[in-house]
Design a protein around this ligand. Structure first.
Ligand code: FES
Length: 166
């Protein structure tokens, strides 16, 4: 009889320990996925890469700032990844030399100016401060892109087919 009780107690405790361990494992893995990234947080200043890594022939994606960095006429520009049409993430297509939105096909030149598609304006920008340690992107200060129909300020025609054409 006392063996039955001990076995029952043992099983009951075993279940409790198992449930606690499963809960702890779930919290651990959830935290690993959901925790805020250091220096991230849209709405604040995000320190990114050194200015020397930003070039004037392509873009660099910085996930923590949801931003593409590029250099236009010697000045570093931060373009928000969010498409002004309906908010999809615009992708840089290096073979075509332009941004392409995968949702409805809007296209933007390297300066983020809209070339075609349903987007009503160019890609929005963030205010940028360049220091020796890194480019700081102020994601709390959004500068709206120029409206559709504004002439492009850079002379960079599409390089070729690519990305969403494939
Ligand atoms: S969300 Fe980009 S074109 Fe529609």
């Amino acid at each position: 009889m006392s063996n039955d009780i001990n076995r029952r107690d043992f099983l009951e405790r075993g279940w409790k320990v198992g449930i606690v361990m499963i809960g702890a494992a779930g919290m651990w893995t959830s935290w690993d996925v959901l925790r805020p990234l250091p220096g991230s947080g849209l709405g604040g200043v995000v320190k990114t890469i050194p200015p020397s890594e930003v070039t004037d022939d392509t873009t660099v994606y910085v996930r923590t700032a949801q931003t593409y960095l590029t250099k236009i006429e010697g000045e570093i520009v931060a373009l928000w990844q969010k498409c002004p049409h309906l908010g999809c993430r615009v992708a840089w297509c290096d073979s075509a030399g332009e941004f392409q939105c995968p949702c409805h096909g809007s296209r933007f030149n390297r300066a983020g100016e809209v070339r075609s598609g349903p987007s009503p304006r160019g890609m929005d920008r963030f205010v940028v401060t360049s220091t020796d340690e890194g480019v700081e992107v102020d994601t709390g200060q959004v500068i709206e892109g120029l409206p559709l129909g504004t002439p492009e300020s850079i002379d960079e025609p599409v390089r070729g087919s690519g990305c969403s054409d494939a």
